[in-house]
Every structure is written in C-alpha cells, then in structure tokens.
Design a protein around this ligand. Structure first.
Ligand code: NAD
Length: 299
C-alpha cells in the first residue's frame, strides 16, 4: 500500500473500527466516544450556503421542493416556462424571506439550460444542487400517440434531464465542491401494473431517466457529485389535474383499484433529505416515496 497514512495493510475488525471512528469496541466509554462527535441531525439537513436549481419549480411538486430547499437555507432558482406561476411563486417566497429567483427557460433548449446555470452562478455565486423535476405526460391509447407526442415527452423529460445534468455537473466540477442531482421519476418507471398503461412515451422517458441516472452515477461519483432519483406517487398538482384523460380510459381506470393521491409536499421533504448531508450515502439510488402505489397498498 503506497502513499497510505501508515504502513500496516491488514487490520483486525476492532483495529479498523478504532482507526476509523476512534472507538474502542470493547468498552462502554469507547462506544460513547464513537458517537460523541457526530453532528446534530438539524445541522445535517441544513442547506445553508448552497444554491439549487429546480426545473418545473413554478408549481405542482416543483414549488413544494423550492419551498423545502429554501426553508433549509438554500438559495433557489426556479427554471420554468410558466411565467405567471413562477412570478407568483417568487413573490410568495419573498414574503417568507427566502432567496428565490426565476429564470425562464425551456429545458429542451441547451443554450437556455446554460443560461439558467450562468444565471444561478451570477446571482447566487455557485450551483450545488440540481433538481430535474420538470415533466409532462399524456394519457392515450398506444395507437393514438403521434410522433409529436413522443418527441415532446421524451425531449422534456429525458433529453432535458440529461443535458441539464451534463451542464450542471460541468459547473460543479469547475467549482471543485461537488454537488447533488435529484431526478423526479414516476411509478411508471418501474411498471404500470397498478394502472391501465396508456402512457407509453412517459413510461419510456421515466424508465430512461432511472437507467441513465444509474449509469451517470458511475461517472459522477468520482467527481464528488451524487445523482439519485425520487419516485413520487400520484399527486394533487396542476399537471395531475389537467392530464386530460379520455373518457373511455377514465372508465377503464374506474375499474382498477384506486391509488393514493398524495400531498406533493411529502415528496418534497424526501428531496430535501436526499440533497442534504442526511442523504450522503445515496449514490445512483432510486428512493421510492410512493405511499405504496407500486404495490397497490390502500388504507
Ligand atoms: N402529478 C403526479 O401525479 C406525478 C406523479 C409521479 C411523478 N410526477 C412527476 O413530477 C414532476 C412534476 O410534475 P407535476 O405533477 O408537479 O406537474 P405540473 O404540470 O404541475 O408541473 C410541471 C412544471 O414543469 C414545467 N415544464 C414543463 N415543460 C417544461 C419545459 N419544457 N421547460 C421548462 N419547464 C417545463 C411546467 O411549466 C410546470 O410548471 C414531473 O416530472 C412529473 O412527471 C408527477
């Protein structure tokens, strides 16, 4: 072992433990010493000094994520197309004393992605956290999807997530301070067995984000960047309310067991945990916070 801090190569379990944590496994005072120095959980969940970008942060799940990150002390840039929602959000967060700004961008446009990152760095000094949350979906029979439908869904959900991550990671590497990326996926990324299908492009996009994140984790971890996915259940959001389910599919859905519809803030709490030092061991993980939707669990 060259260049190591000592020359001993093989340790007993107790020796290794003591070396790592300064803990003597065989004595109570030693055990106490091993937990004496851990920081309080409240400190670990803090995001003071961090800057985050939340795509699709103007409404729905996104605005609840912005709220939780800003509450934790992060400065946040909302990247969205929904100007009216975003401006109302920024005004609301201003009343709470949170540092939240808006940058209008379509995440399908690579130049606008770079513009959003440059804006965050210019306004707040760094980019430490990226939440790829913007997304959209359509519910149609497979034979009714058009090429335009497919391109729109895949470009926003999958392409937008990839290129935002690529450009954010470059910025994080430039800063030399590492970073966190969280991607919002969906139960559809795993299977549609508790549903009726009819969302093929969306399922392809979200499953793609899941697989892509695991691949990216291999490249990003050595750079100090953790990338993970959070999977929510069905949520009461603007997008959810305006999904435009055709009547025949609605009737079919009515014959399936109902799934939970969650308050998006409960998912936002998980995102905050994952991007904080509480979630420091998540790497290429998918954190399923779906209220049992995947297993059709009901009350
Ligand atoms: N609502 C649900 O039941 C549900 C369930 C599982 C996963 N999700 C996922 O959660 C995320 C948020 O969904 P939501 O329910 O809050 O939807 P929403 O429609 O309420 O919010 C999505 C936001 O993304 C923005 N957006 C869409 N396309 C964009 C683009 N090209 N560029 C920039 N911004 C764009 C919209 O303007 C909107 O503000 C999505 O990724 C969605 O797939 C939602």
């Amino acid at each position: 072992m060259s260049g190591s801090i000592d020359s001993k190569e093989i340790y007993t379990f107790d020796e290794a433990y003591e070396r790592l944590l300064g803990m003597d496994l065989n004595g109570v005072p030693g055990i106490a010493a091993g937990i004496k120095n851990v920081p309080p959980m409240e400190d670990l969940i803090s995001l003071e000094g961090k800057t985050a970008i939340v795509t699709g942060g103007a409404r729905g799940l996104g605005i609840t994520i912005v709220n939780r990150l800003a509450e934790a002390g992060a400065k946040v840039v909302i990247v969205d197309l929904a100007v009216e929602f975003a401006e109302a959000a920024v005004a609301f967060f201003g009343t709470k004393g949170y540092q939240v700004k808006f940058f209008k961008a379509d995440i399908r446009d690579l130049d606008r992605i770079q513009g959003a990152i440059d804006f965050a760095v210019k306004e707040f000094g760094s980019l430490d956290i990226l939440v790829n949350n913007a997304g959209l979906w359509q519910i149609k029979h497979y034979c009714d999807f058009t090429e335009e439908d497919w391109d729109l869904c895949l470009d926003v959900c999958l392409k937008g997530t990839f290129f935002f991550t690529q450009k954010a990671a470059k910025q994080m590497v430039k800063q030399g301070t590492g970073g966190r990326v969280v991607n919002t996926i969906s139960v559809g990324a795993y299977s549609m067995e508790n549903y009726v299908g009819c969302m093929s492009p969306y399922v392809a996009a979200k499953g793609g984000i899941l697989a892509m994140s695991r691949s990216l984790a291999r490249e990003l971890k050595p750079l100090g960047i953790a990338i993970n996915c959070v999977c929510p259940p069905g949520m009461a959001t603007v997008g959810g309310a305006h999904s435009g389910v055709p009547k025949d599919i609605m009737e079919l859905m009515g014959t399936f067991p109902s799934v939970p519809v969650a308050d998006p803030d409960k998912v936002a709490r998980v995102v905050r945990m994952v991007v904080s030092d509480v979630g420091v061991l998540f790497q290429g993980s998918d954190i399923v916070a779906d209220d049992g939707t995947r297993w059709q669990l009901r009350k």
